[in-house]
Design a protein around this ligand. Structure first.
Ligand SMILES: Cc1cc2nc3c(=O)[nH]c(=O)nc-3n(C[C@H](O)[C@H](O)[C@H](O)COP(=O)(O)OP(=O)(O)OC[C@H]3O[C@@H](n4cnc5c(N)ncnc54)[C@H](O)[C@@H]3O)c2cc1C
Ligand code: HEM
Length: 385
């Protein structure tokens, strides 16, 4: 996925201005409608585009020019229930708030047809449903989530143990399995939940079960985090040190990003930022459970990045639980790591680079692309490495 260049005057701030201007962006009057699938399908053209996400229907015709992912990407969801597509691409985007002025009504829900994958390589565990059958677990519903997964195997099967300490209701987790399994799944519930899967390739020894992914719909809890200090890494990029509130202890793993949230003229904006570190040359740096760092580039018209310019030490900002797509295990077997980054696209690599250099004997190469010399993050530090 990549962003496409937007026309001038089509930034998020411009969109917020347009949506607050009183211009009619719905084209259907202000009374919310009940919209059938048949009706929705008719609005699939750039000059007349509706989209349904999580049961809400919006007229996105005017938003197309403002969509950072471009027209053709957004049009993939036009005239459709685009919930899965939206969640696949950027489920954190706060569409309800951003598209409020284009809200037309609700989609009349039709029963989904069931599709069964022949050889699934991923599996969704409906923890909420399992939990409902257990008194012990249901006491803890709506509290916190904590999940531990382990596995054992024999020639034929993989057995996943899922320990739930406490969970949020209707939570579902996706396990991206390391190898293919057959479509025969059995679930047993003793002390922990056991999910037994049949290996597609009998006798294949699995090094691990794969990765546990978070549930796909966005349910992150936002906590007020305090800015401890702020300094410049380059002329337009800040190093920010935050502290979690007293009740929170969190150690975002390497590769994780957190979500910052702000309110711009009544529109809630949420953006992901990688958890970084204060320096790439300090081999002794170890992340702790109370503090985290972010390296953030400020765009002159940036809706969220600009908030950090005016945020002073001691002030708070809501931060959502971390998520990650990258897992360190993905590179564990490599002896050499070659990373390519452009601009602040380097931020996800900061902790990977640090880990490889100071905690492993891997060889690391980094190709860093910048518009100007002065844009290079930690230029002097790189020279001393
Ligand atoms: C997983 C992940 C991790 C990230 N980690 C970091 C990080 O560590 N540090 C960091 O600085 N950023 C990071 N980002 C980017 C960050 O989430 C924001 O996208 C970025 O800060 C811009 O947000 P904004 O609200 O300030 O900008 P916006 O208001 O969206 O726009 C910023 C500027 O870019 C222009 N613009 C926006 N989209 C386009 C486009 N398609 N074409 C042309 N111009 C455009 C706008 O006009 C404006 O001038 C990460 C993104 C992801 C997905
Ligand atoms: C359902 C169809 C959609 C598709 C296929 C799609 C696709 C994309 C893609 C490919 C990107 C670029 C991601 C990247 O930088 O890697 C993007 C960004 C973005 N899209 Fe969409 N999009 C869709 C719907 C929407 C809708 C309805 C909104 C309404 C608010 C929206 C808002 C955004 C925003 C705000 C970004 C920038 C995200 C960020 O940088 O944090 N998109 N989209």
């Amino acid at each position: 996925n990549t962003k496409v260049p937007l026309q001038r005057g089509r930034s998020l701030m411009d969109w917020i201005r347009l949506s607050k201007s009183g211009v009619d962006l719905r084209g259907t009057g202000s009374k919310p409608l009940q919209i059938s699938m048949e009706e929705l399908k008719k609005h699939d053209k750039p000059n007349d585009a509706w989209i349904a996400i999580r049961g809400y229907v919006f007229n996105i015709t005017r938003y197309i020019e403002y969509h950072p992912g471009g027209e053709s990407e957004l049009m993939r969801g036009a005239g459709k229930d685009a919930t899965s597509l939206f969640e696949e691409v950027h489920r954190w985007v706060n569409f309800e708030s951003m598209l409020k002025s284009t809200f037309i009504g609700t989609l009349i829900q039709e029963l989904p047809s069931r599709t069964i994958k022949k050889t699934p390589s991923s599996l969704t565990v409906p923890v909420g449903n399992l939990a409902r059958t257990s008194n012990m677990i249901s006491q803890f519903r709506n509290v916190l989530q904590l999940f531990q997964t382990d596995f054992r195997q024999n020639e034929d099967t993989i057995c996943l143990h899922v320990d739930i300490v406490s969970i949020t209701s209707n939570l579902s987790y996706t396990i991206n399995l390391l190898h293919q399994v057959e479509n025969t799944i059995s679930v047993e519930k003793n002390q922990s939940i056991e999910i037994i899967l049949k290996k597609s390739k009998r006798g294949l020894n699995w090094d691990n079960f794969g990765f546990l992914m978070q549930n796909r719909s966005f349910q992150t809890k936002f906590r007020p985090c305090t800015l401890v200090s702020k300094s410049n890494v380059t002329h337009d990029t800040l190093l920010l040190h935050f502290r979690f509130p007293d009740s929170t202890h969190m150690i975002p793993p390497i590769g994780a990003h957190v979500f910052f949230q702000t309110n711009v003229d009544g529109v809630v904006i949420r953006r992901p930022y990688t958890v970084a570190m204060p320096s790439i040359t300090d081999g002794g740096y170890k992340i702790d459970s109370k503090n985290f760092y972010a390296v953030i580039k400020v765009y002159s018209t940036g809706a969220l990045s600009n908030v950090f310019v005016n945020l002073n030490p001691g002030s708070e900002i809501p931060v959502g639980t971390y998520e990650m797509k990258f897992h360190l295990e993905m590179i564990s077997s490599f002896k050499q790591v070659f990373m390519l980054a452009a601009g602040t696209g380097f931020t996800p690599m900061i902790r990977i680079l640090h880990h490889c250099l100071f905690k492993t004997d891997k060889k690391v190469k980094l190709g860093l692309f910048n518009k100007q010399q002065r844009d290079i993050l930690w230029k002097n530090d790189f020279e001393t490495l």
